[in-house]
Design a protein around this ligand. Structure first.
Ligand code: UD1
Length: 359
């Protein structure tokens, strides 16, 4: 029996470990163990996702919460190393680019435990982004680098990585989307928010570069209000963003607009039910860039760069800025000729299981 640790820390990780958990659970030779580091802990940032995705409670909870980058990274390393001393897994799989991704990789690799990074090779080439540091460090030390797209392979080869370590396996987020589509369609979120059958846009924002500076966030709020004059917007607000909107006195300014619905963060099924019916998305999330490309929904990503260039080259994504958001949105709506990138097909977890079986 091979013990496989699946590391889950923050919201976007949960959609990435769910297909892996289900695929490994179906194997007689494997036992998947879910390790939750605790980075996201609110009910609507964590437990609702586990329930929606059919995941059991985490087998191991490290109990680390919010903190500075060093506190999160160091805390997870110390706590996870203790777990590894007690029971040594055959493989650790880390996903994405959050602080716990790099923390668990460091802890495991130094103990000589085989470690794989799923979603390897993505690069924004922007070292001011904490996630870029996490990606670069994780990929430099993990044993297996499983990429979602060709650009990932190219980036890793350019960094001098041994080609033997690299395998393109496809996009794991799309596995969750495919697996959950019937349940997403059965949800009633569009109806509950009074949006069923109407044109509306979905907004998500949480990057420090967009929400931590008062002027930037105020400019964004003004642009959203102008867009909402024409098209209703639904905006599930991330806890970081909620804190900043309140601190800068901007929450009321948005909430007072009759066409803007501000809600708490939503579970996976309810949120994706809204995305499925949306005319467009405005976001700074990594996952939503991919999901909208897969679904063919125009998307503006409020960032100067993206580590997911296929969503721009092949997909429906356009990069935008707070100052030019309305024009960026028009550009996204006018974009033609989308294709779904190679291996974004709902079979990534199966490819991973096959690789691990062959180890
Ligand atoms: C983290 C990830 C980011 C990912 C995002 C998805 C890193 C460096 N960042 O950013 O890559 O896109 O998750 O959401 O790992 N908070 C709560 N409840 C929670 C979680 C957080 O109230 O359940 C509040 C805390 O006050 C915390 C703040 O939100 O300080 C930010 O959370 P944190 O985990 O530090 O970073 P995110 O912005 O969520």
């Amino acid at each position: 029996m091979r013990i496989v640790h699946l590391i889950a820390a923050a919201r976007p990780n949960f959609m990435k470990i769910a297909p892996l958990y289900h695929a490994f659970s179906r194997q007689k030779w494997a036992r998947p163990v879910i390790v939750h580091t605790g980075q996201h802990y609110d009910r609507n940032m964590f437990a609702d996702f586990f329930r929606d995705l059919g995941l059991p409670d985490p087998h191991v909870s490290l109990g680390l919460g919010s903190g500075t980058h060093a506190e999160q990274t160091g805390g997870v390393m110390i706590a996870y190393e203790k777990v590894l001393f007690e029971s040594r897994p055959d493989l650790v799989i880390v996903v994405g680019d959050v602080n716990s991704t790099v923390a668990c990789t460091l802890a495991a690799v130094k103990l000589g435990i085989r470690t794989a990074h799923l979603e390897a090779g993505l690069r924004s080439f922007d070292r001011t982004m904490p996630e870029e540091i996490n990606r670069v460090v994780t990929d430099a030390i993990a044993d297996h680098l499983w990429t979602p797209s060709r650009d990932g392979d190219t980036n890793l080869l350019r960094e001098g990585v041994d080609p033997e370590k690299i395998r393109m396996v496809g996009n794991i987020m799309i596995d969750s989307l495919v697996m959950m589509t019937p349940a997403i369609e059965a949800e009633d979120a569009r109806w509950r928010f009074g949006l069923e059958g109407s044109d509306y846009g979905v907004v998500t924002l949480h990057r420090p570069s967009n929400v931590d500076d008062k002027d930037t966030l105020a400019t964004l709020c003004q642009a959203l209000r102008r867009i909402a004059d024409r098209t209703p917007l639904i905006f599930p607000v991330h806890p970081r963003t909620r804190k900043q909107l309140d601190a800068f006195g901007l929450a009321d300014h948005l909430a007072r607009h009759k066409n803007i619905i501000l809600t708490e963060p939503l579970g996976y099924k309810a949120f994706m039910n809204l995305v499925f019916g949306a005319r467009f998305a405005v976001t700074d999330s990594g996952g939503l860039q991919e999901e909208t490309t897969y679904l063919g929904i125009p998307c503006v990503t409020l960032r100067p760069n993206t580590e997911r260039p296929v969503t721009v080259d092949q997909g429906t994504n356009v990069l935008g800025t707070p100052d030019t958001l309305e024009a960026d949105l028009e550009k996204a709506m006018a974009k033609k000729g989308r294709t779904v990138p190679e291996m974004w097909d709902g079979r990534t977890a199966d490819r991973v299981v096959e690789l691990v079986h062959g180890f």
